[in-house]
Design a protein around this ligand. Structure first.
Ligand SMILES: *Cc1c(COP(=O)(O)O)cnc(C)c1O
Length: 229
């Protein structure tokens, strides 16, 4: 199937999920996850009308972004090491995956040096599974308080990755928990946040029903990823 056909199917799925949840289509942004795919694929996606791309590795994205036309919006969605914060801030408009105050401080310092304010989401490990990444929900309030002293980052939302399951319904409680946490940020702690970055190829309908504002879709758009050995 062509990428245009893949995108049409994705758009149909998004529209159906929005209709079911009584949400407007423009409340949900599609982040095209282009990791492992070459610049030609990104140009093909651009020809289909896409302008927002997600990458998960700084070292992979740096040469790729420089080979792509300017005017695209790039988001970082992967695990970020503090020593790559500067490069990430230079390359990316937004970072979805900040999971510690230490990393937030590194991003803040880099953004300050670059003379910009970088919007970020905080990646939260809501499922409490033994996952490598994501802030424990119990640490979120302290991070938000700590961030009030950082003027070159703006926390705009929360992000999560549910444990992988073939059954997308298994992710629903995780997505619902992220939305509840966002409500808690606003109503109990006084930090209103707009974004919920959640949902991937196989479960984004459920994420949209639970309030996702950004879905991160790779394989259903670009096809399977082939990792180099
Ligand atoms: C790869 C990746 C995605 C996209 O996953 P697909 O299943 O290919 O849609 C989304 N989010 C993150 C953080 C990823 O690393």
């Amino acid at each position: 199937m062509s990428m245009q056909e893949n995108l049409e199917r994705i758009e149909e799925r998004i529209s159906r999920a929005c209709a079911k949840a009584v949400r407007a289509r423009d409340e949900v942004r599609l982040v095209a996850v282009s990791k492992t795919h070459p610049p030609e694929k990104i140009r093909e996606a651009m020809a289909c009308g896409l302008t927002l791309f997600g990458e998960s590795k700084v070292q992979e994205a740096a040469p790729k972004i420089s080979m792509c036309p300017s005017g695209l919006e790039w988001h970082f969605i992967g695990h970020l090491q503090t020593n790559k914060a500067r490069r990430a801030v230079e390359l990316f408009r937004m970072i979805h995956s900040v999971d510690s105050l230490r990393l937030l401080e590194a991003v803040n310092a880099a953004a300050h040096e670059a003379g910009r304010v970088t919007p970020v989401c905080i990646e939260v490990n809501v499922s409490g599974e033994i996952s490598k990444y994501g802030l424990p929900p119990g640490d979120l309030q302290a991070l938000l308080e700590g961030a009030t002293k950082l003027f070159s980052v703006e926390i705009v939302g929360l992000m999560t990755m549910p444990p992988w399951s073939e059954n997308a319904e298994k992710a629903r409680p995780v997505f619902a928990a992220l939305r509840a946490l966002r409500a808690q940020c606003d109503q109990e702690w006084g930090f209103p946040l707009t974004e919920l970055s959640m949902g991937m190829s196989h479960d984004f309908e459920v994420a949209i029903e639970e309030g996702a504002t950004m879905i991160r879709v790779g394989s259903d758009l670009f096809g399977d990823r082939h990792y180099e050995a």
